[in-house]
Design a protein around this ligand. Structure first.
Ligand code: HEC
Ligand code: HEC
Length: 290
């Protein structure tokens, strides 16, 4: 607070406290007349002294506020004799929690993926970390949604080993599926989309799929492989199974091919730290094994 506002608040607070006390005692005396002379609709306003319990209550509340303002911050920049602050209280609690959980994290930090997936405490901590940090995108059951992969199934876009999963969470992933609409035109897009559905064993137009095969073998093969099995190094998904990130209708596939897709998994190394990434990766690794 700038010094002007400091004095503004300080003087305002002290003057009002003195002011209300003055007001109270200045109005203690009564005129001695029975009424104030005010009358409306047959009702007369009497001039009686304030009840004692009310006056005492008022005095006590003023004394309380003075004590409060001495202990806690409130009068301008004066921090109060205890130096209390909400940020300080939060930091203290965070530090206490860190101290309390440090041994837990230390024990789990050295575990392998399989050990984490089997450990009861690791699963509990991992689940809580998942709900706090991952559920917004992957869903509270980790089943994902369009554009956000299901983490409980057996398809892994970026690799299924514990190390690959941990790397996905630690450093993030950025998928680059280019847009082919301009190059292939509408017909080409529809043709290659039919070819993809053919490879996946879905209903398709055989003639269009045949035309699309040429496109597939010149363009798509580089990332999705000759049989459409994908490539974990590039994050190019397997196109032959029944797991689809963006949907497997002809329209959805054509949309993917036409405009491309760029799914981003944010890096969590800085966000939650290595120890927590290790535990939550173990939890996710365990989910797909259940
Ligand atoms: C440079 C590498 C690359 C090339 C070339 C490429 N893709 Fe992809 N493709 C990817 C990546 C990476 C993804 C995942 C995108 C994401 O996760 O956001 C993807 C996703 C897809 C998907 C969505 C899969 C799903 O689960 O929903 C389809 C369909 C697809 N590609 C088809 C094709 C077709 C057809 C071609 C050729 C015209 C092609 N791709 C060319 C890299 C490529
Ligand atoms: C802002 C949304 C978002 C958040 C938050 C997020 N993710 Fe992701 N995650 C994604 C997206 C999108 C992808 C898919 C990237 C792609 O298209 O290849 C992904 C991919 C992944 C993958 C790779 C899946 C595979 O099939 O290879 C793992 C593992 C993963 N996330 C775990 C986590 C964990 C654990 C957390 C919490 C610590 C988390 N994610 C938080 C959006 C998110």
């Amino acid at each position: 607070m700038s010094s002007i506002w400091h004095w503004f608040v300080l003087i305002g607070t002290v003057v009002s406290l003195i002011g209300v006390m003055w007001l109270l005692f200045a109005n203690r005396s009564v005129s001695g007349e029975q009424t104030t002379g005010h009358e409306w609709d047959g009702i007369q306003e009497l001039d009686n002294p304030l009840p004692m319990w009310w006056v005492m209550g008022f005095v006590v509340s003023v004394i309380f506020s003075v004590i409060y303002l001495v202990i806690f911050p409130g009068v301008g920049n004066f921090a109060g004799v205890t130096n209390w602050s909400s940020a300080g209280e939060h930091d203290g609690e965070a530090l206490a929690a860190e101290k309390k959980f440090a041994p837990v994290y230390a024990r789990l930090a050295d575990m392998s993926g399989d050990e984490l997936a089997a450990d009861k405490q690791a699963k509990q901590v991992g689940r809580r970390l998942f709900l706090n940090n991952c559920a917004t995108c992957h869903g509270s059951t980790a089943k994902g949604s369009v554009g956000f992969p299901d983490l409980t199934d057996d398809e892994w876009i970026w690799g299924s080993s514990f190390d690959a999963i941990q790397a996905s969470v630690l450093n993030g992933r950025s998928a680059q599926m280019p847009a082919w609409g301009a190059m292939l035109g509408n017909e080409g897009v529809t043709a290659v989309a039919n070819r993809v559905r053919q490879m996946a064993g879905l209903e398709h137009d055989a003639e269009l799929a045949k035309a699309g095969e040429t496109h597939y073998n010149t363009i798509c093969v580089a990332c999705h492989g000759p049989e459409g099995k994908g490539n974990a190094l590039l994050g190019a998904p397997d196109l032959t199974n029944d797991r689809w990130l963006y949907g497997n209708s002809l329209e959805a596939i054509a949309e993917t091919v036409r405009n491309g897709r760029n799914g981003v998994m944010p890096a969590h190394a800085q966000l939650i730290g290595q120890d927590k990434v290790h535990i939550v990766a173990g939890y996710v690794y365990g989910l797909s094994k259940e």
